[in-house]
Write a protein that binds this ligand. Structure first.
Ligand SMILES: [Fe+2]
Ligand SMILES: [Fe+2]
Length: 293
């Protein structure tokens, strides 16, 4: 996925998918390993960590400060950029074409559809299927000219100490908040077990899509959308001191969603013309005709 115009600070990754490829390196599919199943299907997506991924995290950890997050919330949570049906948003998203490997790469919409289909095949509720379809829609931020490190990447709380369990945690030493006594204690501006609803997360596509659809979907769906990149918690349990009982209950859904996101990629695109009526009905059931971006 490319940005334009390109600048090294905005687009350190040759393709936005490299972040997800790196996630597969860090969190490989346990089923594939347990079954001794050849991981050929995934091998196309899994490569050794590239320098560009390191550089991506260096920039992310340098710039994602408490003040940066407040500024982005101000800029984007007014939803005054454009208004469109989700179907137009998916088309818009597909303008971000990944040309790093044109033979094997599926576009953004195929990833959303494959995630949704994997959830549907396991018999989950329809709003869970819709989460699969919508979860990366916030990546349209890239098309509004946002830097890659402000759209994707593992998310984490700002306003309190950065956990050393966050990937490439050493880069936080260059983040100004790491040296600010308001923000660099374990709790920082928060109270123990205050609940994630009171915690500001690093800015990216998760927080953005959550706010976009928060009036339309049930609570577990909103948790899955909002925290699906919060690997430091749902995989590493590094911020248990901020969660309350409600968060802990809801994170069972976040945990359930994660494998569908990471491990549903298949080189064969789903048959959209067959699936289309189901998804059109699903979207119409929960969402208004247009959404504000
Ligand atoms: Fe995502
Ligand atoms: Fe995804």
């Amino acid at each position: 996925m490319k940005n334009s115009p390109s600048s090294p600070d905005k687009t350190p990754l040759e393709s936005l998918e490299l972040w997800e490829d790196d996630l597969l390196n860090r969190y490989p599919d346990p089923d594939a390993i347990a079954q001794g199943r050849d991981t050929d299907a995934y091998r196309n997506y899994v490569e050794p960590t590239r320098d560009s991924v390191r550089e991506f995290y260096r920039l992310n950890h340098l710039h994602q400060t408490y003040d940066f997050v407040q500024a982005k919330r101000q800029e984007f949570l007014g939803f005054d950029k454009r208004e469109m049906p989700v179907w137009d948003a998916f088309q818009f998203l597909n303008q971000l074409v990944d040309d790093s490997d044109p033979d094997t790469d599926l576009d953004q919409f195929q990833h959303l559809l494959q995630t949704a289909e994997a959830i549907r095949q396991d018999g989950h509720p329809d709003w869970f299927v819709l989460v699969g379809l919508l979860h990366d829609m916030g990546k349209v931020l890239c098309l509004f000219g946002e830097a890659q490190w402000a759209v994707v990447g593992d998310t984490f709380p700002v306003g309190c100490a950065f956990s050393d369990k966050i990937v490439y945690a050493e880069f936080f030493q260059h983040n100004p908040d790491a040296h600010d006594p308001r923000y660099n204690t374990q709790l920082g501006v928060y109270e123990r077990h205050c609940g994630l609803r009171n915690v500001h997360m690093s800015w990216g596509h998760d927080e953005y899509v959550y706010h976009m659809v928060k009036d339309y979907l049930p609570e577990p769906a909103l948790y899955m959308l909002r925290y699906h990149s919060f690997y430091p918690q749902h995989r590493e349990n590094a911020y248990a001191h901020l969660l309350d009982a409600h968060d802990r209950a809801m994170f069972k859904w976040v945990d359930l969603f994660n494998p569908y996101d990471l491990y549903s990629k298949s080189p064969t695109p789903p048959n959209w013309s067959e699936l289309r009526p189901y998804y059109e009905e699903l979207v119409a059931k929960y969402l208004p005709p247009t959404l504000k971006f």
